[in-house]
Write a protein that binds this ligand. Structure first.
Ligand SMILES: *Cc1c(COP(=O)(O)O)cnc(C)c1O
Length: 384
């Protein structure tokens, strides 16, 4: 029999415990200044802490049972059903799984597209998330970057012209619904009009809706963006608008497409339909808990107040001469890039001459006021 002392970890030394306390204090303070990145910090999952004692693992397809039983597949399927509803997917014809974040969902969508159209050509705008270039290299996919308009959306004239020149290759369009820097939505309806205008039948559209996939279902006049608009697959982050203590997300796709590639690997392993093997079993519980406690009405109210704070931030930024603007149905407020110290302290995302703040649920008017005051102080210091 094993000696308990060798299997039970010892407690931390005082010095190491102190380091953790310091880290905790740092996170507490940094969280208080976060306005530039789209991770909602307004959540409380403490009722789920007791699940920390299990070695949870959602390995495999969430819709199939394997031999490993310490999984939350049942809850994962409920979470997926909710996301399928929010993206207007066919309840019986859509499939998905919980990912490690938006990037994995994007890789999954492009993987599926490549398996269906091995000779396909990927089109994506220059405002696309930086991780997509890497995904395209990993998947060895031929690709062409398309110009963006000043507002951040894909330039449909450039897209049409480029697809027209390459009519021999099935187009795979990587569409942004809420670009990272400017919160712009590519015109998904316009993309399908291009296909139809050129009589292109073999085509694929993946939608990257990392943040806006949890905004557009709750606004009155959403741009066409989801399965109802013709998307073949959609990726949404879980730790952005919903908020989670660890990165997570969902990959959603048409079941018929997934079945076609699942079959081809069936005799190698079982149905190895997910990119990751071992998968996070806590993340689906967190997303499930968020949907159950916040609910659709709660998300609608949450999104409404995000827009109110975004408009308030625009007002304040305009008053101090920072030229703010935002895209329709976006809570990302773009403005003239402030001095470096401000960018660091408020964790602002910057690109060239612009910066943005994102009016996530934890960003209150009071926090905007503190940010503006700091901005004005730095200007005064610069001028003196
Ligand atoms: C954040 C983001 C991603 C990456 O998602 P992760 O969840 O960080 O992996 C991809 N695309 C867009 C538009 C994003 O904003």
């Amino acid at each position: 029999m094993k000696d308990a002392a060798t299997t039970t970890p010892k407690t931390l030394s005082a010095a190491d415990a102190h380091r953790l306390d310091e880290l905790y204090a740092k996170f507490t303070s940094e969280t208080d200044h976060l306005i530039g990145y789209p991770c909602n910090t307004d959540f409380d999952y403490s009722p789920l802490v007791r699940f920390f004692r299990f070695s949870l693992n959602n390995v495999g397809d969430p819709y199939l049972s394997g031999n490993f039983n310490l999984n939350s597949h049942e809850f994962e399927r409920e979470v997926l059903a909710t996301f399928i509803k929010l993206t207007q997917g066919d309840p019986d014809g859509a499939w998905g799984y919980c990912t490690n974040g938006g990037t994995e969902g994007n890789m999954y969508g492009l993987f599926l597209a490549r398996e269906l159209h091995p000779e396909g050509l990927v089109y994506y705008s220059e405002d696309t998330h930086y991780s997509v270039g890497k995904i395209l290299r990993c998947l060895h996919l031929r690709n062409i970057m398309i110009k963006s308009r000043p507002d951040g959306a894909i330039d449909l004239d450039d897209l049409r012209e480029t697809i027209r020149i390459h009519r021999d290759a099935p187009p795979i369009v990587f569409a942004n619904i809420g670009t990272t820097m400017k919160g712009a939505c590519d015109d998904v309806g316009g993309i399908f009009k291009i296909f139809d205008g050129l009589a292109i039948k073999r085509r694929y559209v993946h939608v990257d809706a990392a943040l806006s996939g949890m905004i557009l279902p709750f606004v009155d006049d959403p741009q066409p963006w989801n399965f109802a608009a013709g998307a073949d697959s959609v990726s949404i982050s879980g730790h952005k608008m919903i908020g989670a203590p660890m990165p997570c997300g969902v990959a959603l796709a048409k079941k018929a497409n997934v079945d076609r590639i699942a079959r081809s690997v069936e005799y190698v392993a079982s149905l190895d339909t997910t990119l990751s093997g071992s998968r996070n079993g806590l993340a689906p519980l967190i997303l499930w808990y968020a949907f159950k406690t916040v609910g659709a009405e709660g998300f609608r109210r949450r999104i409404d107040s995000c827009f109110e704070v975004a408009d308030y931030a625009m007002e304040r930024l305009a008053a101090v001469g920072r030229n703010p603007w935002r895209n329709k149905n976006s809570i990302t407020v773009v403005f003239d890039r402030p001095p470096h110290a401000i960018v660091r302290r408020w964790q602002l995302a910057v690109e060239g001459g612009i910066a943005h703040l994102i009016a996530m649920p934890h960003v209150t008017r009071e926090r905007i006021d503190r940010f503006i005051a700091d901005l004005e102080r730095s200007k005064a210091e610069d001028d003196s």
